[in-house]
Ligand binder design. Structure first.
Ligand code: PEP
Length: 251
């Protein structure tokens, strides 16, 4: 059966010393239980030192992005092999900010997923509709297309290394949160489509995280929904007390 996961996406925040100060606070404050997997995703410049700093703790490190090519003339980019070589085994792919600001299409994202899996990495694959899609009642179709184009070429075995993060774009960094019922409706839909494409075992085993303005005050209610298996946290992941409260809410 699937695990509960709480992952913090630090985005382009925290310098090297700030990263280490936050990690120290998290090491001190996070619960010691293992029932909830905790992942942090600092900036590229701080990944190697974060891995070393967190050695011997239960906190895992993820990258926020990677390039789809094995290597080559791609100035400014980072490969899967580079991440693996510093002990990073997880990568976030398809965050809405990557889709929006960096024009990452479903085809590019599918390529990135393939590359990450080829390097035995675990992928946190983000999907989410925009406000207009929800208003036009197209939100289920949008999510279905993102699943189909980004993930549904994978085999059952490969799906074991995928975590899905449902992040409605209108709820990211806006303070606006999907209601627990809206989250549950979408998570159940995603699981149902995975079962339809693969089978019940794949659907039951895959963790589907919710992301979008999760805070200590709303985490418990969202995480209590049967198809919500934890969260991908942005802003609140930058404050140790808030992130700790959110992790505790997943227990
Ligand atoms: C995110 O960027 O993945 C996110 C969920 O951000 P926030 O929690 O700040 O809405």
């Amino acid at each position: 059966m699937r695990n509960k996961i709480v992952a913090g996406n630090w985005k382009m925040h925290k310098t090297y010393p700030e990263t280490h100060a936050l990690l120290d606070e998290l090491i001190e404050k996070l619960p010691s239980g293992k029932e909830v997997e905790v992942i942090v995703a600092p900036a590229f410049t701080n990944l190697a030192s974060a891995v070393a700093h967190l050695d011997g703790t239960n906190i895992q490190v993820s990258a926020q992005n990677m390039h789809q090519a094995e290597g080559g003339a791609f100035t400014g980019e980072i490969s899967a092999q580079m991440l693996k070589s510093i002990g990073v085994d997880t990568v976030i792919i398809g965050h809405s900010e990557r889709r929006h600001y960096f024009h990452e299409t479903d085809a590019v994202l599918a390529d990135k997923v393939n590359t990450a899996l080829r390097h035995n990495m675990r992928v946190i694959f983000c999907i989410g509709e925009e406000l207009k899609d929800r208003e036009n009642k197209q939100y289920l179709n949008v999510i279905f297309n993102q699943l189909t184009d980004g993930l549904f070429h994978l085999t059952k075995e490969q799906m074991a290394n995928i975590v899905i993060a449902y992040e409605p774009v209108w709820a990211i960094g806006t303070g606006e949160t999907a209601t627990p019922e809206q989250a549950q409706e979408m998570h159940a839909f995603i699981r149902q489509e995975i079962e339809r494409k693969y089978d019940k075992k794949v659907a039951d085993n895959i963790a589907i995280l919710y992301g979008g303005s999760v805070k200590p005050s709303n985490a418990k209610e969202i995480f209590s929904k049967p198809d919500v298996d934890g969260g991908l946290i942005g802003g609140a992941a930058l404050v140790a007390d808030d992130f700790t409260a959110i992790v505790n809410a997943a227990y």
